[in-house]
Design a protein around this ligand. Structure first.
Ligand code: SF4
Length: 614
């Protein structure tokens, strides 16, 4: 008997409108867990990784984590994985909320989608049954409307993940949005475009099954002991959301300013911080499944220019991207821009980065107002922000270029435009500056999906957080010499969370690898010591790297954008910092046991039990 998971995935062929069940291999669960760990292994072993991400042949994995849907703290996550249309390499986008829990209650741990339906459809998965439903009446509709309509015509208790117009148009930064206005989003890497390429508008799930756990009483006992302290340690998160950290980020020189060209936003950070957004727009808190923290918020406010804004309040990434990055000081514009992204289904990080890039190109005369349909792309201009967002979501005018991402747009514009494109491997850099925390340089250069802050969260060490049991240096020092070590250790640790299906924010509340090990046994019956768990994180990390190596990734791609290694912020706490990217990368390869080209060596693969010959 499996505890914590169902042991079954459905493989759906959208071309044939058919599906079959695949049994999950417990031996792989033991070594890779579930979620993105299982998906990467399966992808590498059984499927064609080279298929064009927008072709019918390309698979898309939606896999819940191993403990998702159980009472394990924050066990709400699932991973949306496959090859990214934006970057061309491995991508995993994680979503919390309640969809993944409901998926498990329906009797399945996940789906593998292939093929392309002839006409728009959505999937309805109810208590183990899969139906293919016509979605032609939903095509062109936004994510909020789609969620409401699907629930009204199927089951109001169902949880829905869907794309908006951007995904339908295969915009390469299109997201997948779960639960309508609550907008729990698989934002990064353009997985919404993969839905669109398959003519798949949405998936709705409903189930009544309860996940069994190995030792229910023991788990509940642990929960009782831990919940209060987790709540206390994350009370600011609860009060102001992730955007509550924006001022602190600015203070540390971590907040990107004016497309990463400047260093200080101190006079305005408060105006767009989580505290201000809560003061101006708060309606209620939102909790993902099994989460006592409740960092998410729903806003509800009427603004004279933007109308009613009633959806997920901006997170830190969206708040920073639509404020300091583009030099906007108006909190309502931040809210309107983020809501537009969720409604139409585009990634807030890539969209705000593309707009910052366009504004800098405009400033340097590389693009004109005529290119943007008559809009003057001035820094902070609301017309420019909302106008460009509309164009990106529609893949129209300048948006047609920007929607392919800054790497591609810069190459097409030419001249000095690549200087303004701040991405790694085609994925726009999230709102944490590696010049403030050099371990983030190690992480960004090597993170498996491109520039991803979540693969290591190393910047939190710079904020004074500690993570027990990982073997991190006693004292956090921000230098190029220790960056690689911190990068490797934190990547191995945080690489466990998506495969487990838990939220990384619990680690910020002091939930350690020792506790994860203990709770995992109580929940799933799987006995992995803390050391074995960290080895599992390392194995999963390397397997994704091997997948990327198969897609052509090597040292040439493990680079920070020119701006982040050659231009100083010039003011604020990190004013003079520049990471020594070359030496950090060499240290990193040595620590990883990779060769000089960034390819995992045979000895390392053997040690980790990975079948790969470099
Ligand atoms: S901390 Fe926030 S993101 Fe994480 S599970 Fe809780 S509500 Fe969701």
């Amino acid at each position: 008997m499996n505890y914590a998971y169902n042991g079954r995935i459905i493989e759906v062929d959208l071309s044939m409108q058919s599906y079959r069940e695949i049994l999950i291999d417990p031996a792989i669960v033991r070594t890779r867990l579930l979620g993105s760990g299982y998906a990467a292994n399966y992808f590498l072993k059984y499927l064609d990784i080279s298929a064009d991400p927008l072709s019918p042949k390309a698979p898309l994995f939606i896999l819940a984590g191993l403990v998702t849907g159980t009472p394990f703290l924050t066990a709400c996550k699932m991973s949306v994985c496959g090859r990214s249309p934006l970057t061309g390499i491995w991508n995993e986008s994680t979503v919390g909320g309640h969809f993944a829990h409901m998926l498990k209650c329906s009797g399945y741990d996940g789906l593998i989608l292939t093929g392309r339906s002839k006409t728009p459809i959505y999937l309805l998965i109810e208590d183990g049954r899969v139906d293919f439903k016509d979605a032609s009446h939903l095509w062109g509709r936004d994510t909020f409307y789609t969620d409401e309509l699907i629930r009204s015509e199927t089951n109001n208790m169902a949880k829905v993940m869907c794309i908006g117009p951007a995904g339908e148009k295969m915009v390469k930064m299109a997201s997948i949005v779960c639960e309508g206005r609550s907008a729990r989003t698989a934002g990064r890497g353009g997985m919404g475009a993969v839905f669109g390429s398959k003519n798949l508008k949405a998936i709705a799930v409903f189930g009544r099954k309860k996940m069994s756990v190995a030792n229910y009483d023991g788990l509940i006992e642990e929960l009782k002991k831990t919940t209060l302290s987790v709540k206390e340690k994350t009370s600011r998160f609860h009060e102001y959301g992730t955007a509550g950290g924006l001022k602190n980020s600015e203070l540390h020189g971590n907040l990107p300013v004016k497309n990463w060209a400047e260093g200080s936003f101190s006079e305005s950070a408060e105006d767009v911080s989580g505290a201000k957004l809560v003061e101006l727009t708060f309606e209620k808190h939102y909790y993902c499944y099994s989460c006592p923290i409740g960092c998410a918020k729903i806003m509800n406010v009427i603004h004279p220019a933007y109308g009613r804004l009633n959806s997920h309040m901006p997170e830190y990434e969206g708040a920073a991207g639509f404020s300091s990055l583009i030099m906007n000081r108006d909190p309502y514009l931040v809210c309107a821009a983020c809501e537009f992204c969720d409604r139409t289904g585009i990634d807030t990080i890539s969209a705000s980065s593309a707009i910052a890039f366009a504004m800098e190109c405009f400033e340097h005369g590389l693009i004109s107002a005529a290119d943007a349909g008559g809009i003057e792309l001035k820094w902070g201009s609301p017309e420019a922000v909302m106008g460009l967002l509309e164009q990106i979501a529609a893949g129209d005018k300048l948006g047609a270029l920007l929607s392919k991402g800054t790497r591609s747009a810069a190459a097409e514009i030419g001249g000095i435009a690549p200087e303004f494109a701040v991405h790694v491997k085609g994925l726009e850099v999230p709102m944490h500056d590696p010049r403030a925390f050099y371990a983030m340089a190690a992480n960004y250069m090597t993170a498996n999906r491109g520039a991803c802050h979540l693969e290591s969260l190393a910047y939190t060490l710079g904020y004074g957080r500690t993570y027990e049991g990982l073997g991190l240096p006693e004292q956090f020092v921000n230098d190029s010499g220790s960056a690689a070590l911190i990068g490797v250790i934190t990547q191995n640790f945080f690489g466990l969370f998506n495969p487990l299906g838990i939220c990384k924010f619990v680690a910020r509340a002091g939930f350690s690898v020792n506790e994860i090990s203990r709770w995992l046994e109580l929940t799933s019956g799987l006995c992995l010591t803390p050391a074995e768990l960290l080895k599992t994180g390392e194995r999963i990390y390397n397997e994704k790297r091997i997948l990327n190596v198969g897609l052509g990734v090597s040292r040439k791609d493990d680079m920070l954008p020119p701006r982040l290694i050659s231009k100083r912020r010039g003011s604020g706490r990190a004013a003079e910092n520049l990471p020594d990217a070359g030496s950090i990368l060499s240290d990193y390869y040595k620590l990883r046991g990779w060769n000089e080209f960034g390819i995992p060596a045979a000895k390392k693969c053997e040690e980790l039990g990975i079948d790969f010959k470099p």
